[in-house]
Design a protein around this ligand. Structure first.
Ligand SMILES: *Cc1c(COP(=O)(O)O)cnc(C)c1O
Length: 507
């Protein structure tokens, strides 16, 4: 049965999957959601013997119903190939009583590759299906990892251009180097004088700017998005949660029907939302543990039912009085106060009420906050929030390395610490999958501070060598390649100048 998509804020326009992928964001600023959530019939264990690509096909075809078998399989084949350094694509590693789902074996060594290696293929296939005449312009705000992964996916793809905005002082040195050395005739990278939220809000504003859209359409361009607001990003991410559960089943770590928990280091709420969709599909997930760093707006939300980007919750009296500030941490891809994909979950737990959702988003824009009611909180009862501050994050990297000789990056460490606290406080021994979202090499300085502080006082590329020495972990090819890569992009602009930069790029 075909599935159509509509905005979280208005159900009037129904789009096919390929139309929703091309558009990225709805004209009213809402996010596309499937009008019903697919369920896998007759249980999931029938997929136990499938490899990653075969499983990806079974899962994705439930959502992307207007793609033919041939189209979808071709996209999958081209995405999950030798760009990944393991055929398993998403291996599970056991450490300290948890299963780390390593999502960083792709070209840019962060989990964004899981979806961004396939999105360009989905999008160009969708453009053909819809007989699109215009050139697609991908506008992307990045907190560090999306930008590189999107550019790697779209570089020199005919009929597309890609422009990435990143916070000039808000990404790791390896992340920045990866971006400013990006090759390709159709790519542009711009640093902005602001943080990720500034970049994301400005990009969303351009999407909603009818005059700008019209102007560009006349010149033969249409905007789309590679951010996790695009449904074409979200659907491929559902696959690895199904895969993780099946691997545990296959390896005899769980029995048929056994539940797992998942714990996800969260920023824009895309990855953990994919886990929630996996649960709706039929994966028995008991708890969805949402791990935040010091930017703990989501923790406050799950504790209280209030989402407040301007004020922090006092853990003693529960009041929202103290001003919340945007904190730059060692897990920069989670330095986010406006988690876009939460809007999709909000929509589902309002009972799919688009008017109510639109009102919440209006409140967020006008007052910086919204409050959900008890009935909605009840529907969120599978979620738990937790957070780890900077000191705890570094300590956790050191602890897991010393105890298990297993190295994790700061984002994964946030989740690891939050899971440890949850497990103790809830006395819950359900097997737990922790999403491991980046290679430790992407954040070498922080990781070295945790395992060998004496050698952490070095410059970017020397840190890589030092980390290799201290950990014995192999240096990924993607990092090796950065050593001698020339810098090709050096534009920095103010947030207000972003639309001008876009027009300049499209001259
Ligand atoms: C993007 C990212 C996250 C956050 O994922 P969301 O889907 O935005 O919640 C966590 N860790 C790393 C390394 C990332 O790149």
């Amino acid at each position: 049965m075909e599935i159509f998509y509509h905005s979280t804020r208005d159900k009037e326009a129904r789009l096919s999957a390929s139309q929703a992928i091309l558009k990225g964001l709805a004209d009213d600023g809402g996010l596309f959601v499937p009008e019903r959530l697919p369920e896998a019939d007759a249980g999931l264990s029938k997929w136990k013997e499938l490899d990653y690509k075969q499983l990806a096909y079974e899962v994705m075809k439930l959502y992307l119903t207007d793609f033919t078998e041939e189209e979808l399989k071709s996209c999958i084949e081209r995405a999950y190939d030798e760009k990944f350094d393991t055929e398993v694509i998403a291996p599970l590693a056991e450490a300290e009583g948890a299963f780390y789902l390593e999502l960083y074996h792709g070209a840019t060594i962060a989990f964004k590759d899981m979806a961004l290696s396939i999105l360009p293929h989905l999008m160009t296939t969708a453009a053909k299906k819809q007989a699109l005449k215009e050139e697609i312009v991908i506008l992307t705000a990045t907190s560090g990892d999306t930008g590189k992964a999107a550019m790697a996916g779209f570089a020199d793809v005919p009929g597309t251009r890609i422009m990435v905005f990143y916070p000039k002082n808000g990404v790791s040195p390896v992340q920045e180097r990866q971006m400013v050395t990006q090759k390709g005739k159709n790519v542009r990278v711009v640093g902005i004088k602001g943080n990720f939220d500034d970049a994301q809000s400005a990009v969303k504003k351009m999407f909603a700017d009818t005059a700008l859209r019209e102007e560009l359409k006349e010149r033969g361009f249409v905007f789309s998005s590679a951010n996790s607001i695009n449904i074409g990003r979200l659907v491929p991410q559902i696959v690895y949660y199904v895969y993780a559960w099946l691997q545990l089943l296959k390896n005899g770590r769980i029995n048929e029907g056994d539940a797992i928990n998942v714990c996800v280091p969260t920023g824009n709420f895309g990855n953990i939302l994919a886990a929630w969709y996996a649960k709706q599909l039929g994966v028995p997930i008991r708890r969805l543990i949402c791990a935040s760093n010091s930017n703990r707006v989501l923790f406050d939300f799950f504790e209280s039912g209030t989402y407040d980007k301007l004020h922090e919750r006092d853990e003693k009296d529960g009041s929202f009085k103290a001003e919340r500030s945007f904190i730059l941490t060692s897990s920069p891809s989670m330095d986010i106060l406006i988690s876009s994909n939460l809007e999709r979950l909000i929509y589902h737990v309002t009972g799919e009420d688009e008017k109510k959702t639109a009102k919440f988003m209006e409140d967020l824009k006008e007052t910086g906050a919204y409050h959900i009611d008890e009935a909605m909180r009840e529907r969120l009862k599978d979620f738990r929030g937790g957070y780890a501050d900077e000191a705890r994050t570094v300590a956790q990297i050191g602890k897991i390395f010393r105890d298990c000789s297993y190295l994790i990056d700061p984002h994964t460490a946030v989740a690891s610490a939050v899971y440890e606290d949850y497990r103790r406080e809830a006395s819950d021994d359900t097997p737990t999958v922790i999403a491991s979202t980046a290679s430790p090499y992407k954040f070498a300085k922080t990781v070295l501070e945790a395992i060998d502080p004496a050698s952490a006082d070095k410059e970017a590329m020397d840190l890589i060598e030092a980390l290799h020495k201290a950990s014995g972990m192999e240096i990924p090819q993607a990092v090796e390649e950065l050593r001698n890569a020339p810098v090709l992009h050096d534009i920095v602009c103010e947030v207000e100048e972003m639309p001008e930069e876009v027009k300049r790029f499209l001259k």
